[in-house]
Design a protein around this ligand. Sequence first.
Ligand SMILES: *Cc1c(COP(=O)(O)O)cnc(C)c1O
Length: 481
Amino acid sequence: MAAPEASVVHGTKAVPKDLPSIDKLLRLPAAAALLQEHGHSLVAGEARALLDGLRALVLAQELGLDALQPAALEAALERRVAERLQSRMRAVLNLTGTVIHTNLGRALLADAALERLLALMSGPNNLEYDLESGGRGDRDDLVEGLLCELTGAEAATVVNNNAAAVLLSIAALARGREVIVSRGELVEIGGAFRMPDVMASAGASLVEVGTTNRTHARDYEGAINERTAMLMKVHTSNYQVQGFTAAVDETTLAPIAHARGLPLVTDLGSGALVDLAQWGLPPEPMPQQMLVAGCDVVTFSGDKLLGGPQAGLIVGRREQIQRIRKFPMKRALRMSKLPLAALEATLRLYLRPERLAQDLPTLRLLTRPLAEIEAQAQRLAPALARALAPRYAVAVAPMLGQIGSGSLPVERLPSAGLTISPVGARGVGSALERLATALRGLPLPVIGRIAEDRLWLDCRCLDGREAELLRQLPALSEILR
Ligand SMILES: *Cc1c(COP(=O)(O)O)cnc(C)c1O
């Protein structure tokens, strides 16, 4: 909120009769201009709130007379109106080193997806309309063919996010019956997505088999009975069990399930549609591999490694996908036209795999050459050092980032960036907090991370956005003054 306190002086104190009336305030030239631009409701509401705040300060004898001068009132009103109109959802610079950052919106949309949004969303479209027959269509049809082509699946359907895909798949295939899962795979993903709870919400009974570190084929076999509806594998995307471990892979598990007439369902979490190893990145299991291994249903996210909008993709055998699509809960979890348009455009980019690392911003960032990131950090260092001197020292440093969003948590991405340390031994913690707060307070907030008595700014995700950071350095110096 605009802070009248900012104008507090210790000179002449204002008294109640110094306060202007609302009418008088609204007749000031700047207020009249605001009324002209935004209409009466917003501007008068803010004017009233401004006066209320000022009155409280006057009564507390905390307001100087000059805060009630016309220019000060105009500026305060302009500030309030601008603040009310500023969106709460803001663009930020992600210099955390985590490329697919769940708290910062995960994958970045490709230009192709953004273009489709602009082209399609301001008018009607054929979301559920079959242009050939002129009859009702199914929104799944917009992407099903592409998903089948890219993964080799017989059928595909899409919902809001992968959590919904898992919930719906379990509910549709196993409601009122048992689902067998290894104890080593009862994952919790951030935001209260815990496999046992999901199972309960879907109305299925979880049957845990094996132990935290070791589960064998015979554990699954021994648990199958007439109440069993399916076997399930969950990709342990955000942790790794190391040492004396054993897990049963899909290739082994599929025949065990199929021999008893049961489907095998795998939740891949991220799921990459292309082999990341071709860019030297750690490999991530692909849905197409899971289908070849014999899985009947595979679920994965749209906004993790796939590089698209929030979405939950369900691919697999026609029979199971059909049951999932027909289940009433699907209607409540269906994708809206906005992400669906972006998803279709993103999936089409996979038809040109050679261009993916340029076309998908998230993949572009993940594959950015280290030398380029280092050179960028070197270029930025002097300007940042000047802006922060003399209280902070800036250094170029190698760092380790990560892919993020639960993908490949153990693998680190060699990167480079800037570390900022407070000069002087005292109050390091509070100096760093102050700096982090100042960076977040910029018009384009800059998000770094604090560790080892330094603030780390990883430059990997600053690709093409250097100027935006440099432009804000005067404002940063100002805030820190
Ligand atoms: C991320 C993840 C989910 C949840 O996916 P959302 O798209 O975030 O809903 C579910 N399972 C696994 C294994 C995941 O990694």
